[in-house]
Design a binder for this molecule. Structure first.
Ligand SMILES: [Zn+2]
Ligand SMILES: [Zn+2]
Length: 408
């Protein structure tokens, strides 16, 4: 074979090889593009899946959050509802309580009103009985007036009340207090007032010191009160005891005891003076039983040795001017009657006394105009040294002939 043929053969071979290579390259090229595309697709798919997955998760989260939100909202609504219901219930309860309270108040008011009415009715009846007794001429009071009122009949008698007719516990006391219907002794509670009595800084009101300084303002004030009040009460009859307390204890402070010789006179005084006004204060009188003045009055006070001092539950009393009623003896009406009937010499002294002319004594109070000029002159005009002796009887002799009307 020639050279040319060999070259041609080689050329052809090379050409075929070139074609093959080209074809292979083309094929490779084709294949790589496809792979790439496939890869792209896979990637895209993956991405899509990723996105979908993310979306699903987001969605799930959102749904979950929504569920929670809904649950919370529901709970909130329920709570609100409960709160509203609770408030409504509370309001209803409060309204009910208020209504019950109103009802209770109304009932209490009615009860108090009824009690007051009953009290008024009883007081009126009592006053009517007093009037009947005063207008009649029987010496003995009607049985209705003798009725004793007891606070705790089942309990023991209160020793303080029994002796002094006063008790720091009032009618709340666990012991029994016995009030007489009527009696010869009148008690005006807390009647005398003076700064010294109510002032805690002023030490025990020392009546003995007061006596030493008879000119002192304090004593003058008491003297004025004494004569003022005594003259007012004397218009109703003979007084046999007159005591004013200077205790600091509230239930005894300024208490004024007036004992009449005659029951009828005490009743007349009560009828006229109870709830009257003196120096801007309303007089509150009550009948009381003092069976023994020496038991009622603190014995140690007289000797200035009372250990209880201001807290004493027995009467610490002022020394009265002119030594009037400064004794503690008890007055015995029966003995007095015997004495006056025995002694004709003394009977002139009581010619105007209620024992003999009870009606005249009481009715004379009505004859005010003719007697007004004597008013308040008895004690004011005279000098104290007119009364230089200690005998109360002599005092009566001087004063019983002069009567003055009582103030209205
Ligand atoms: Zn008591
Ligand atoms: Zn005492």
């Amino acid at each position: 074979m020639g050279r040319h043929a060999e070259w041609r053969k080689l050329a052809k071979k090379q050409r075929r090889k070139r074609i093959r290579t080209l074809q292979a390259t083309e094929r490779d090229k084709f294949f790589s593009t496809e792979w790439y595309i496939k890869q792209q697709e896979i990637e895209e798919q993956l991405l899509l899946e990723q996105i979908n997955k993310q979306n699903e998760e987001e969605n799930a989260k959102w749904i979950e959050a929504e569920k929670i939100a809904i649950a919370q909202w529901k709970r909130l609504q329920e709570e609100k509802q409960r709160a509203i219901q609770l408030r409504a219930e509370q309001e209803a309860k409060m309204r009910l309580e208020w209504e019950l309270e109103q009802e209770r108040k109304k009932k209490e008011e009615e009860r108090i009103k009824a009690a007051e009415e009953e009290q008024k009715r009883k007081h009126k009846m009592f006053m009517d009985h007093l009037d009947k007794f005063l207008s009649g001429d029987s010496v003995e009071p009607p049985p209705e007036l003798k009725v004793v009122r007891e606070t705790r009949p089942e309990a023991e008698n209160c020793p303080f009340f029994t002796k002094t007719s006063c008790c720091r516990f009032g009618d709340q006391c666990s012991r029994n207090h016995q009030y007489p219907g009527i009696s010869r002794v009148l008690l005006a509670t807390n009647f005398y007032t003076h700064f010294g009595l109510s002032n805690a800084d002023v030490s025990e009101y020392d009546t003995d010191i007061m006596l030493e300084y008879e000119d002192s303002e304090t004593y003058k004030e008491y003297k004025e009160f004494f004569y003022d009040v005594l003259s007012e009460f004397e218009k109703f009859g003979r007084i046999v005891q007159f005591k004013v307390c200077n205790n600091y204890e509230k239930h005894l402070r300024g208490n004024t005891y007036v004992e009449f010789a005659e029951l009828r006179c005490a009743v007349a005084a009560y009828r006229a003076l109870h709830t009257r006004w003196y120096g801007g204060r309303q007089l509150s009188l009550q009948f009381c039983n003092i069976t023994s003045w020496s038991n009622a009055i603190c014995g140690l006070q007289l000797r200035r040795r009372c250990p209880k001092g201001r807290a004493c539950n027995f009467l610490h009393v002022f020394r009265n001017p002119n030594n009037l009623y400064n004794h503690n003896q008890n007055y015995d009406p029966e003995r007095e009657k015997e004495r006056s009937s025995r002694s004709s010499v003394r009977s002139w002294r009581w010619s105007e006394s209620p024992e003999r002319e009870p009606l005249k004594r009481v009715s004379s109070r009505r004859d005010e105009s003719s007697e007004r000029r004597h008013r308040r002159t008895r004690y004011r005009d005279r000098e104290d040294d007119d009364y230089d002796d200690d005998d109360d009887d002599r005092y009566y002799r001087r004063t019983s002939s002069r009567r003055s009307s009582h103030r209205r």
